[in-house]
Design a protein around this ligand. Structure first.
Ligand code: GLC
Length: 549
């Protein structure tokens, strides 16, 4: 049966639930808060929600350490609130996707507790190795978050592998019982009516036999062995065949370090095992959105990455599009300009919303929330940021290290959503679990609702336009002035419709340059960031032109 692939016509909104909206006054965002905001999300033109994890969790990695996959955490409103959100979305014709985190669990998950005591059938659910007589660790791999990837468990008297935090032991996916558990989780939520999954670091789930040392990578040692590991396609195909093929749903896989050629092995429309990928390309090549290394923003590099993905997937695969999520600092602070927040926010929106793919917006992106900058490193909550401050770049002064966090930390984008100018930005009536960015009096939803030229209303306009233009879904992509470090210009073309997107990434005015063959006198200007359009592009001005036969 031909799949409908309805996700191709949609725009999704990512909710990082702790900081979205508190509905019960305990200071933590929850599903009651989400329920209040479903109309708001729909008013943006979004057709669905991706929830970052809302399962019971001790919170060592803000929910990405799951202690029970089968229910919703009481602090988020439990199953009762979840059912109401799911129904509320479906009544509006919207979709819901859950986060599936199965590279690892929490160490407080029952499986791990039993595994460390060698209680069957859990003994081999995780990756255990005996201590070596020479006192060395089982191999030289690094964890992605804190130090080495091995921790000794005093109960089992063995080391367990954790590619992330110490409290996130990796599952042994080579064990068929573990794969059956994953399928059970998937069916549990799909049977309840969820519409798909975002699969956390799924490209890490297959580890190579023998867990060899890594003598090549200077950092993130081991990643070259376990990322896209030997049986990854086999396992994903198994999940597809046994579960996903039996439901009307889609899958979105998070893939650190992936290039389009490799991605096609996963997302090719005929041969792939999943539908879309979240690409985290590394800063050293054509990098998009990996900010742990505070390299300087390069528009050329960003364009190269965007264009590569557009060109190389064309006609073979469909991908998701994003400029923000919970793992990156805020995009205006990083790739735009805090001196021109509205203008650069609009330009960043235009730069990605007219490409081919399914766009995702991250909470607060639509009002241009900016990086949070605390004075004290102790205020950071994120396990990775805390580790980086105390262990990385130790030759730099504390002030420089703090500045690095301002720029790179995931917490920069995890402060509560700024709903209005009342106390705590209208996020909670209680004491917020995390700090509210002090700029909430200037940047908030209520103020932007009232302003027709706000970033919020611009997002609405741009999304509506995107959905009305078949060329955005079907057209070919071509980039112009690729060597420019200040302008991003691309066209989308199909029979009868031609679109040109022109974005300035400069804080200074510059001449409007049109690529050859685009006759402005015959074009309609269908979207603009500034009130007038002359032959000068103002700071961070963007325009979208349309030609129709
Ligand atoms: C993914 C998540 C991130 C999490 C990590 C470990 O990268 O997006 O937030 O910390 O995996 O689960």
């Amino acid at each position: 049966m031909e799949r409908k692939r309805w996700y191709k016509d949609m725009v999704f909104y990512q909710i990082w639930p702790r900081s979205f909206k508190d509905g019960d006054g305990d200071g933590m965002g929850d599903l009651w808060g989400v329920l209040e905001k479903l109309d708001y999300i729909q008013s943006l033109g979004c057709d669905g929600i991706w929830f970052s994890p809302i399962y019971p969790s001790p919170g060592a990695d803000c929910g990405y350490d799951i202690a029970d996959y089968m229910t919703i955490a009481p602090e988020f409103g439990g199953m009762e609130a979840f059912r109401q959100v799911l129904d509320g979305l479906h009544q509006r014709g919207m979709k819901l996707i859950m986060d599936l985190v199965v590279n690892h669990t929490s160490d407080e998950h029952e499986w791990f507790q039993k595994s460390r005591q060698r209680i069957e059938p859990y003994t081999d659910y995780y990756i255990w190795r005996p201590a070596r007589p020479d006192g060395k660790l089982p191999n030289n791999w690094d964890s992605n978050f804190e130090g080495k990837a091995w921790t000794f468990d005093p109960v089992r008297q063995e080391y367990y592998l954790h590619l992330f935090a110490v409290k996130q032991p990796d599952l042994n996916m080579d064990n068929p019982l573990v794969r059956e558990e994953v399928k059970k989780i998937l069916r549990h939520w799909l049977d309840m009516g969820v519409d798909g999954f975002r699969e956390d670091v799924i490209t890490y789930i297959s580890k190579p036999d023998g867990l060899p040392n890594d003598h090549i990578f200077p950092i993130y040692k081991g990643m070259r062995h376990y990322n896209h590991g030997p049986r990854i396609h086999e396992y994903l195909a198994e999940f597809k065949r046994d579960v996903f093929d039996h439901y009307d749903c889609f899958t979105l896989a998070e893939a650190p370090l992936v290039w389009p050629k490799r991605a096609l092995k996963y997302i090719h429309e005929e041969r792939g095992q999943i539908d879309m990928m979240i690409q985290f390309q590394c800063q050293c090549a054509d990098c998009l959105f990996t900010d742990y290394l505070p390299t300087k923003f390069s528009l050329r590099r960003m364009k190269r990455a965007f264009s590569q993905w557009q060109r190389k997937l064309s006609g073979q695969a469909w991908n998701m599009l994003y400029i923000e999520n919970h793992d990156h600092p805020r995009i205006i602070s990083r790739y735009g300009s805090e001196d021109f927040p509205t203008e650069s926010g609009k330009t960043l929106a235009v730069s990605y919303l007219f490409q081919q793919g399914t766009p995702f917006l991250y909470q607060g992106q639509e009002i241009g929330m900016l990086n949070w900058r605390p004075e004290d490193p102790e205020m950071y909550e994120d396990v990775q940021s805390r580790y980086q401050y105390t262990h990385a770049a130790l030759n730099k002064s504390p002030k420089e290290r703090l500045e690095r966090l301002w720029r790179c930390s995931r917490d920069s984008a995890r402060t509560p959503v700024q709903w209005d100018s009342s106390e705590n930005a209208g996020f909670t009536t209680g004491k917020p679990w995390f700090y509210v960015n002090p700029n909430y009096k200037q940047i908030n939803v209520a103020a932007q609702e009232k302003d027709p030229d706000s970033l919020l209303n611009f997002y609405r306009k741009a999304i509506k336009l995107r959905k009305s233009l078949p060329v955005v879904r079907h057209g070919t992509y071509r980039e112009y002035f690729a060597r420019s470090g200040k302008r991003y210009v691309y066209s989308r073309e199909m029979e009868g419709q031609r679109l040109l997107v022109v974005c300035s990434f400069s804080d200074k005015p510059m001449k409007l340059k049109m690529p050859r063959g685009f006759d402005l006198s015959k074009a309609e200007l269908i979207l603009q960031t500034h009130p007038t359009a002359t032959d000068i592009l103002q700071s961070y001005e963007s325009r979208v032109y349309l030609w129709e036969k």
